[in-house]
Write a protein that binds this ligand. Structure first.
Ligand code: AMP
Length: 285
């Protein structure tokens, strides 16, 4: 398994493989790899001849008061996981290699970045869009994988790739969860034992919302209140947003027609947790 540190070496590696007719699968990550990342890597391994995993804690997607400095970094463990999964190359550039002195281009997807995570983290999505545009240009993948866990991010990346004709197709992998429903996240290591116990309430709230829809409820406001009510059962958990949205535009839905996504973010002390649940109403046969 190759460890690539520079942007030019990354571009050269992909160019050489493409010349040889090898298809490239790509999984962009910030490292601290867990079973969620592993599922994306396995999907890439099955679909493509060669797999590249990028590990880059992208500074431009963190706000000034966020956890950039303490974000978990564990390249040695990540390399071992990637080697075990048959990854061909890890692309782990330094921040200086990705953003050279004088760097000034910003990519923005303003409408999809306006709500929810974009509201909570004002410059986050332009950081994500810029780094994803750079990574896809460098890696030139045939297929890249993103997690449904970050639903808004996946929607934004889809729009970005379409608008800028970025290389390859995109696949979104379902969320991988702990047994009690908590979505796996590199940030879960920040949770204390008590917070960890309370954390699955977000998943339970989304489940309650989805069950109500399946039971015939169509009013967005009602489902939103229902989810808030479930979250309130854990006093240490603060709801940030719980919303019933159109899965394409992410705008709130007053009335659910056929497709919806339930989006949620909660706070536990200084930790923020995100989750979501897409729901499709099956027409009665
Ligand atoms: P991150 O390292 O957190 O930036 O995540 C890298 C990729 O893995 C993103 O596309 C995430 O959406 C995806 N991902 C993170 N956690 C999960 C999970 N629990 N299940 C599926 N995909 C995930």
């Amino acid at each position: 398994m190759k460890l690539i540190r520079t942007t030019s070496a990354m571009a050269d590696w992909s160019r050489r493989l493409h010349r040889e007719g090898v298809t490239i699968g790509f999984v962009p990550t910030m490292g601290a790899l867990h079973e969620g990342h592993r599922a994306l890597i396995r999907a890439a391994r099955l679909a493509c001849d060669a797999v590249v995993v990028s590990i880059f804690v992208n500074p431009t997607q963190f706000g000034p008061t966020e956890d950039l400095a303490k974000y978990p970094r564990q390249l040695r463990l990540d390399r071992a996981l990637c080697a075990k999964e048959g990854v061909d190359a890890i692309f782990a550039p330094t921040a200086g290699a990705m953003y050279q002195p004088g760097f000034q281009t910003i990519v923005s997807v303003p409408t999809l970045a306006r709500l929810w995570e974009g509201e909570a983290r004002p410059h986050h999505f332009q950081g994500v869009a810029t780094v994803v545009a750079k990574l896809l240009s460098l890696v030139q993948p045939d297929i890249s994988w993103f997690g449904q866990k970050d639903f808004q991010q996946a929607a934004l990346v889809r729009q970005l790739a379409k608008d800028l004709n970025l290389p390859g197709t995109l696949r979104v992998h379902p969320t991988v969860r702990e047994r009690d429903g908590l979505a796996l996240s590199s940030r879960n290591v920040y949770l204390s034992a008590q917070q960890r116990e309370a954390a699955p309430v977000l998943y339970r709230a989304l489940q309650a919302g989805a069950a109500a829809i399946r039971g015939g409820e169509r009013r967005g406001a009602f489902i939103q209140r229902l989810m808030a009510h479930v979250v309130k059962t854990e006093r240490s958990v603060t709801p940030e947003y719980l919303a019933v949205c159109d899965p394409s535009t992410l705008e709130p839905l007053q009335t659910i027609q056929r497709h919806a996504v339930l989006l949620g973010a909660v706070g536990l002390g200084t930790v923020r947790l995100l989750d979501n649940m897409p729901v499709t109403i099956r027409p009665k046969s």
